[in-house]
Design a protein around this ligand. Structure first.
Ligand code: NAP
Length: 246
């Protein structure tokens, strides 16, 4: 097992990439805290893990709510005694061309996708510093590397996460904490499943591997970055996109 006895908090673990990662990490021996705004989905993931012999609990979390993340961290320490890994995975899209984007659309995406990870990192960093170890993983996106029409708010947050990753890799390295990011390409999840077939086909064509990504593709990359196998990897942005951005 590659994460034996580790404790991992995954935000947005009720669906898509977060869900797949939670299930994979549990199979690899990690205790999982499923922190999601969607209670029904989060509870289902916790049940799935427990039914497969893993250890997990669900904790309600809106990442934009600082009091809630402090509670999740307290519950985690009370139950498992430590936090080894935080995965800042929760994210939303509210797309619009810049001429039409409302202030609400801008603010909401920033508060969940960018301030949310800030809130979560601040909440876990003290216990991680005290224990002298930890891994923080941020889910960026390849659109942070090349931009995307209609996503000024989303791309700003995903680019911001790359900046946070590199800055905190420098700030926290001496405390034994590694900070890395994954930049997924186009992954089939509830976030993207509703897109028109024409767009999905176009994305597939643009990908050298000629297929769209699956949540397990991202989960496997996160597993490497969370495990001790990557103990000298710090401050990287790992693209997992079938070679779409080269
Ligand atoms: P998803 O299937 O929509 O799952 C996101 C989960 O986060 C859902 O359970 C959602 O709950 C939850 N969530 C939403 N707002 C939240 C909040 N404020 N606090 C806590 N949880 C919240 O999305 P996904 O495709 O797996 O994406 C996961 C991450 O990967 C996101 O950061 C996304 O930007 C990034 N990403 C995805 C792709 C892709 O192609 N799918 C590509 C690049 C990057 P509800 O269902 O109730 O909203």
């Amino acid at each position: 097992m590659r994460l034996k006895d580790k404790v991992t908090i995954i935000t947005g673990a009720g669906s898509g990439i977060g869900r797949e990662t939670a299930i994979l990490f549990a199979k690899e021996g990690s205790k999982i805290v499923i922190a999601d705004v969607n209670e029904k989905a989060g509870l289902e993931v916790a049940e799935t893990i427990k039914n497969e012999g893993g250890e997990a609990f669900f904790s309600i979390l809106d990442v934009s709510n600082r009091a809630q993340i402090r509670q999740v961290v307290k519950d985690t320490i009370d139950k498992y005694g430590k936090i080894d890994v935080l995965i800042n995975n929760a994210g939303i899209i509210q797309d619009a061309l810049i001429v039409k984007m409302t202030e609400e659309q801008w603010d909401r995406v920033i508060s969940i996708n960018l301030k949310g990870p800030f809130n979560c990192i601040q909440a876990v960093v003290e216990p991680m510093i005290n224990q002298g170890s930890g891994v923080i993983l941020n889910i960026s996106s390849i659109v942070a590397l090349y931009g995307n029409v209609g996503q000024a708010n989303y791309v700003a947050t995903k680019s911001g996460l790359i900046g946070i990753t590199k800055t905190l890799a420098k700030e926290l390295g001496k405390k034994g904490i590694r900070v890395n990011a994954v930049a997924p390409g186009f992954i089939i999840t509830p976030m993207t499943a509703g897109m028109p077939d024409k767009i999905l086909e176009m994305m597939k064509e643009k990908t050298p591997l000629k297929r769209l990504g699956k949540p397990i593709d991202i989960a496997n990359a996160l597993l490497f970055l969370a495990s001790d196998e990557s103990s000298y990897v710090n401050g990287v942005v790992l693209s997992v996109d079938g070679g779409m951005v080269l």
